[in-house]
Design a protein. Structure first.
Length: 426
């Protein structure tokens, strides 16, 4: 029960505050997450991911604020909502559509899990290296930076991740005689400084545009079932795209809707249905191959591995069935929050968002120091923070996900390349 409550609460915050996505929330909750086992961590994650999709649509529709990064299509179409009735229909339609997409995906995964697991038997060193390199390649051309910037970010992430002792070469790398560097740069510091800080700073002083202060929660709108299944399908497969997941799901479904309808309500509901469908499918590569395809999953994988998670011994079928059932409950909670209780959500924006942003930045610094303290190396964590934070500020207008991804998976990639070299004997 604690896992559900924590995940839902984190999803509420993630969906309400621009720039404070699932990645940042996991960092803020870092010291507490070590108290949960692997399945509880997964429940926390899918609760947070799903609820944030539900909640993110409300500020996007009513205030024009992209609470969740996947809500940008809703922000775009909210400008075309001219009546209280349209706003009301968009809110109820998005909530019902999101619940439909999430529950359908959960049900299909539950009943066809044995076919999903067949993919796991193709797992090999060659496949692992190929998948990791494929994810890097996709990121180079899909992340919203210039392609050569993404290449530099990936190379930088691999170099930063390689700092310390290299067991294959039996030598140190870029330690400069500093003993603390032999164990490498602290993951939590790199994630906070080079990903969380740029995101938050880039969203400070965001303009809150009052699109509508009132709407009728009794106005029910249900999208055509064909549209719902269509957007759910796009959302499911879009959730598998590395680095984009629910963002790709939402935008792909939205772009498809541009062809079939000019109605802004329908376009909003289609995109919001798709992003919630992708909120569960994006976990499949992680559970099948141990490969995170977005930054927040990388943190989740690290925490799970600390609790003994291994794809070799992991019972995929059992976990998917349990998570599918949990997702149904979570979607019902999300439906209640994002529709009947949606009016209470709007009161949140009477708070000065910039104050919240600065509070979160301070909280991240405290998390860094506390993590260093419990690891008996507080001074080292503090120095790393002081050195890396200015770099994060400098990179505030750049999407640093490729750097963070490369840093987190560098050991798997390098280990796989070395083993592949030994297998092939070249």
């Amino acid at each position: 029960m604690e896992a559900y409550i924590l995940g839902i609460t984190m999803g509420l915050i993630s969906g309400l505050i621009p720039g404070v996505g699932n990645f940042v929330l996991l960092l803020l909750a870092w010291p507490f997450l070590f108290n949960f086992d692997v399945m509880e961590l997964l429940i926390i994650y899918i609760s947070m991911a799903s609820i944030s999709q539900f909640i993110g649509s409300i500020p996007a529709i009513v205030f024009g604020i992209p609470g969740e990064s996947s809500s940008f299509p809703a922000v775009q179409e909210s400008k075309r909502l001219t009546t209280v009735e349209e706003v009301s229909m968009s809110i109820s339609g998005s909530a019902l559509g999101s619940a439909f997409g999430g529950i359908v995906v959960a049900g299909l995964c539950f009943y066809f899990v044995q076919y999903l697991e067949l993919i796991k038997y193709f797992y090999s060193t060659k496949l692992l290296v190929g998948l990791l390199l494929s994810v890097c390649l996709v990121m180079i051309f899909t992340i919203d930076n210039k392609w050569w910037v993404n290449v530099l970010l990936i190379v930088s992430g691999l170099l930063l991740g390689s700092i310390g002792y290299n067991s294959y070469l039996n030598t140190e790398f870029l330690t400069f005689g500093v003993n603390s560097l032999w164990s490498g740069l602290p993951l939590i510091v790199v994630l906070i400084c080079l990903f969380a800080i740029p995101q938050i700073i880039n969203n400070i002083n965001i303009d809150v545009k009052k699109l509508g202060n009132c709407f009728n929660i009794g106005k029910i709108y249900i999208l055509n079932p064909i549209y719902l299944f269509f957007s759910t399908t796009i959302g499911f497969f879009g959730g598998l795209v590395p680095g984009l997941t629910t963002v790709f799901s939402s935008i792909a479904a939205y772009n498809a809707s541009l062809i079939f309808t000019s109605n802004p309500v329908k376009r909003i509901v289609v995109s919001e249905t798709a992003n919630n469908a992708g909120a569960f499918s994006m976990l499949l590569p992680l559970l099948l191959f141990g490969i995170p395809i977005i930054g927040s999953e990388a943190i989740l994988l690290f925490l799970m591995e600390q609790k003994g998670f291994s794809i070799v011994s992991w019972d995929f079928t059992k976990s998917i069935k349990e998570l599918s059932i949990s997702l149904i409950y979570i979607n019902l909670v999300g439906l209640c929050i994002a529709w009947p209780l949606s009016r209470f959500v709007t009161f949140f924006y009477k708070i000065n968002i910039n104050i919240l942003m600065y509070f979160i930045l301070m909280s991240l610094f405290i998390v860094t120091i506390y993590t260093g303290y419990i690891n008996f190396n507080m001074n080292y964590y503090f120095i790393c923070f002081i050195l890396l934070a200015p770099i994060g500020v400098y990179l505030r207008n750049i999407n640093t996900l490729p750097l963070v991804f490369a840093f987190i998976v560098h050991d798997k990639l390098i280990d796989g390349v070395f083993r592949l070299y030994q297998i092939l004997g070249v």
